[in-house]
Design a protein around this ligand. Structure first.
Ligand SMILES: [Zn+2]
Ligand SMILES: [Zn+2]
Length: 354
């Protein structure tokens, strides 16, 4: 039984307004509802069938997806998420996600641009109750961050192995997992030796250069990286930096201390992550909070898995997980979709399947 898509869109707009969400988002649903009301049910169904609904002025990808779901008789995912979080306390949902997290998949030591030794990062992670921390120092081409050459990374693997032996001998239920935040190069290849990437427990791949590339080039570059079997997690996908104004606001300014989002076909990228079983990172750094909520929602609605990562460059920053949990809770992400709520063994076998 088909539902009334116009009613569903209006309901979504109402719930967004009540939750005090950004006006542009509310407007997207209100304009789509108005445009569709004018078309009438017959033409809406015909346009959904031939994929031309987004050609209607005021109807975008997200609203079109809601309409298609309504016509199939399903409550749109977007509406279901709003209804599920409606009236519930986002703070409580975020706290529950934080409690569900067992580790962190992105952190730096003083081997690259972090401020503290590996042991200090590991000790702090243990004190925070983590069952694992993935050490992800930078790769060679990121010279500004003292990226690790293949030889230094090999040396680091020995240090990590020795540390884990000590922990095992002391019966500590924590492991420092080997990893890297590998640069996604201009052609989409990963900036480290293939055989080394294959040895690591978890590989985070991030774009750090050419962030202003045209959308087509950036999309191709990221698709190539996501398709690389070594990549497990797509790090801070838009590369944006927030200007940390006095309002602590979530606004990316051009220039100043902020950096705009890089442009790419988000549906294509998240679709590739979904089909390859890769996780989209929810980066907790207050100056990143990447992806922005509209993309986080899109990735969620498409069915992607996530990793809530601190990207800590100092021990205290390992406790920034709650920033990412808040955003995940706001977007309705459930704990099981988040790979670092999984036990260590499950995380490791997931990463090993790629
Ligand atoms: Zn990075
Ligand atoms: Zn990083």
């Amino acid at each position: 039984m088909a539902r009334d898509p116009v009613a569903d869109l209006r309901r979504i707009a109402f719930l967004l307004e009540r939750a005090n969400e950004a006006t542009y988002r509310v407007r997207a649903f209100r304009s789509a509802a108005a445009a569709l009301a004018k078309l009438g049910p017959g033409e809406i169904a015909a346009r959904v069938a031939d994929g031309t609904l987004t050609k209607v002025n005021g109807v975008g990808e997200v609203t079109a997806r809601c309409v298609a779901e309504s016509l199939r008789g399903e409550e749109p995912v977007y509406l279901r998420r709003l209804t599920a979080t409606e009236g519930s306390d986002v703070g409580e949902a975020a706290a529950a996600l934080r409690r569900a997290l067992r580790g962190d998949c992105h952190a730096h030591s003083d081997w690259s641009d972090g401020g503290s030794p590996i042991e200090e990062m590991a000790t702090t992670a243990i004190e925070l109750g983590h069952s694992y921390l993935v050490l992800t120092d930078h790769s060679p081409r990121l010279t500004v961050a003292r990226g690790l050459s293949a030889d230094r990374l090999r040396e680091q693997l020995d240090v990590v192995a020795a540390l884990n032996e000590t922990l095992a001998a002391a019966d500590v239920d924590f492991r420092l997992l080997t990893g890297i935040e590998v640069d996604i190069l201009a052609d989409g290849s990963l900036d480290q030796e293939e055989s080394l990437l294959a040895m690591l427990d978890v590989v985070v791949g991030s774009v750090h250069s050419g962030l202003r590339d045209a959308a087509e080039a950036m999309t191709r570059r990221m698709l190539t990286a996501v398709a690389n079997p070594h990549l497990d997690i797509l790090g801070h996908c838009t590369g944006r930096k927030l200007a940390m104004g006095s309002d602590g606001g979530d606004r990316a300014h051009r220039g100043g201390r902020g950096r705009p989002e890089s442009q790419f076909d988000a549906e294509a990228i998240f679709g590739a992550c979904l089909s390859a079983g890769k996780a989209v990172e929810i980066n907790c750094r207050p100056d990143r909070l990447d992806p922005p909520k509209r993309l986080l929602r899109l990735a969620y609605e498409m069915g992607c898995a996530f990793a809530i990562d601190t990207d800590a460059h100092a021990p205290g920053q390992l406790d920034w997980l709650h920033y990412g949990c808040e955003r995940a809770a706001l977007c309705g992400v459930e704990a099981d979709r988040i790979v670092n709520t999984w036990p260590r063994e499950r995380l490791l076998s997931w990463a090993a399947t790629h």
